[in-house]
Design a protein around this ligand. Structure first.
Ligand SMILES: NC(=O)c1ccc[n+]([C@@H]2O[C@H](COP(=O)([O-])OP(=O)(O)OC[C@H]3O[C@@H](n4cnc5c(N)ncnc54)[C@H](OP(=O)(O)O)[C@@H]3O)[C@@H](O)[C@H]2O)c1
Length: 293
């Protein structure tokens, strides 16, 4: 397939381009700068100039492809207003990509997050939460999935809180950055809340399987580790960076504090059976051993 992707220079997108090329697909990748275009070219993709706010460029990229995988998101979590701006930008982009594909029966794969469910691991059948600072992302994913009834083979890959590679990425990556900044490794509350995780190389393999075979309107869980206690994650970060590990108030983590404090284990049992996906790369706690002071 000739696949149009957004976010191809990111942690997950760069793993995805390698996975797609290795499996015989060709990739057209959105590039918003010269340096991103050069990186995409070096990775084996053809750069397509534009950015998320450039809806005509997105539509034209989608129109020339056999399918679309949307990953790009501006990660400015400095304030609620900044998060709302990023969410609005992404919602408009995803709506434009979906609209372009109506009636084509081509795949549109988008990212989502695994939902938190009190007291148990969430499954692919659980609904996405639509409240909180990033609830708007869930609403736009739900709208995209509804295009299944209008001739788009839409699917959502729900990612866990941490998608990692070489110890970097996701919520654990934000804990590490905060630890470096503060000079101690903090975790919110008593740290027993659990976050699921997956290695970026395993997530990339799932995106490819979903692109190739997922039925329209379906959601999948890219979960390898069902849930690590956050204090265990902070303990590895603290040890690797040589910093004290301690409990901190959740507001230390800004707009994401309440999500950081939530227990949210998740399962991928259905995804593994239905798509034959098997995570093979290191767990989060093992991968964090790659952190350097
Ligand atoms: N990593 C995780 O743990 C995790 C967990 C759950 C969900 N997710 C979601 O998965 C997706 C990919 O995550 P990631 O970790 O790979 O992200 P990342 O490493 O931060 O990369 C972000 C990508 O989005 C692109 N981008 C950002 N704003 C853009 C804009 N306005 N126009 C065009 N491109 C833009 C960036 O391009 P440039 O290189 O040009 O900046 C980059 O390719 C995101 O939707 C993220 O929220 C990630």
């Amino acid at each position: 397939m000739h696949v149009f992707i957004t976010g191809g220079t990111g942690l997950i997108g760069s793993a995805l381009i390698a996975e797609l090329v290795r499996n015989g697909h060709t990739v057209l990748a959105l590039a918003r700068s010269d340096s991103s275009a050069a990186a995409l070219q070096a990775a084996g993709a053809e750069p397509w100039r534009g950015e998320l706010a450039d809806l005509p460029a997105l539509r034209a990229g989608a129109a020339t492809s056999d399918g679309v995988i949307h990953l790009a998101f501006g990660h400015d979590f400095s304030s609620l207003a900044a998060v709302a701006r990023m969410v609005a930008e992404e919602s408009a982009a995803l709506a434009a990509l979906g609209d372009e594909l109506i009636g084509s029966n081509r795949p549109l794969i988008t990212v989502s997050g695994t939902p938190p469910v009190p007291g148990r691991s969430s499954t692919e059948a659980d609904p996405l939460p639509v409240d909180g600072p990033v609830g708007g992302r869930s609403r736009s994913v739900t709208s995209a999935l509804e295009l299944a009834s209008r001739g788009v083979r839409t699917a959502a890959v729900r990612l866990p809180r941490t998608v990692h590679n070489e110890g970097k990425g996701g919520f654990a990556g934000l804990l590490t950055e905060t630890a470096r900044h503060n000079g101690f490794a903090g975790y919110p509350g008593d740290g027993t809340q659990r976050w699921p995780a997956v290695h970026a190389l395993d997530a990339a393999a799932l995106f490819r399987l979903v692109l190739e075979m997922a039925p329209a309107g379906t959601a999948w869980h890219a979960v390898a580790d069902q849930g690590d206690a956050v204090r265990d994650i902070a303990a590895v970060i603290g040890r690797r960076l040589g910093l004290e590990v301690r409990s901190v108030p959740e507001n230390l983590f800004g707009p994401l504090g309440s999500i950081f404090a939530t227990d949210q284990p998740s399962s991928s049992a259905h995804t593994q059976v239905a798509l034959g996906w098997q995570p093979r790369h290191p767990s989060l706690l093992a991968d964090l051993e790659n952190l350097q002071p």
